[in-house]
Design a binder for this molecule. Sequence first.
Ligand code: HPA
Length: 271
Amino acid sequence: MTVDPAFEAALSALRDHGIAGPIDCALVLGTGLGSVVEDVENPVVVAYSALPGFPQGEVSGHARQLCCGTLFGRKVLIYQGRAHYYEGGDPAVMRLPLGILTALGSPPLILTNAAGSLRPEMGPGSLALITDHINLNGPNPLIGDTGDGRFVPMVDAYDPLLRDGLMRAAAGEGVPLGEGVYLWFTGPSFETPAEIRMAKVLGADLVGMSTVPEVILARRHGLRVAAISVVTNMGAGLHGGAPHHSETRDVAGTASHALRRLLRGFLPELT
Ligand code: HPA
C-alpha cells in the first residue's frame, strides 16, 4: 500500500509531544461529540495543524485536535473531529490518521458519528451500533491502491467481539443501544425525502456522511473496528424530519453524555 510521505513526519511530531504506542484504543469523535475528552486523565492535546500533512477537517462541531491520555483506565488516542469526503472529494482523506494507528500498536478503533435515523424506535438522541454498511456512493478509498491486499473482505467489518463488548457495556450502564445498517451519502447536502425512502428500501437504518471510507481504510490496515451512531434526527421527510447542521451539533452534544457512559462500561473490559 502507498506510504504517505507525511507519515513519518506526523509520527515524529507526535513523539515530540510524548505520544507513542502502544495505545489500547483509538476513537474518532463525530460532530458534537467532543465532550468525551472531558473524561480523559492526563490529556496531551495536539492540534491537527501541528501535524504535517494531517487532514484538518473544516466542520463546525469538530475541535480539530487529538487527545492522548487515560480514559477509564485505558490508554487512548482520540481524534476530535475528522475530515470528510465531501470536503475535497478524496475518499482516502483519513488515510494518515488511520495509518498512524498501525505505528501505535494497531489498537481497536471506535468510530462515532452523527446520523439520521430511518427507524422510529431509534429517534433523536439515541445511540446505535453499526452492524454493517452500504457504500452507495461508489467512491472507495482503496481505488488506486495496489497488491492483493486491496481486496479487503468486508464480512464482519464491524468487529463482532467489539460489538458484543459495546452491547454488554450498554446493558451494564443502562444506556439504550440500537443496532443498524448505515448507508453513506456523500453530503454535504442532506438527503431528499425520496433518497431517504430509497435508503429504507435498500435496507438502511441509519444515514450519514462519514465512517464508511474510514472503516474500509481501517480494515485495509488490519484494525478491528466498531462504529457508533448518535442519532441526531429522523431522515429527511420522515416524521417531519428536515435535518439541519445546527440540530446535528446540538442533539449530538446532549447525547454525548450517553456515549461517555457507554465508554465507561466498555473500556475497562476491552480485550
Ligand atoms: N443525513 C446525513 N448525515 C447526517 C444526518 C442525516 O440525516 N444527520 C446527521 N448526519
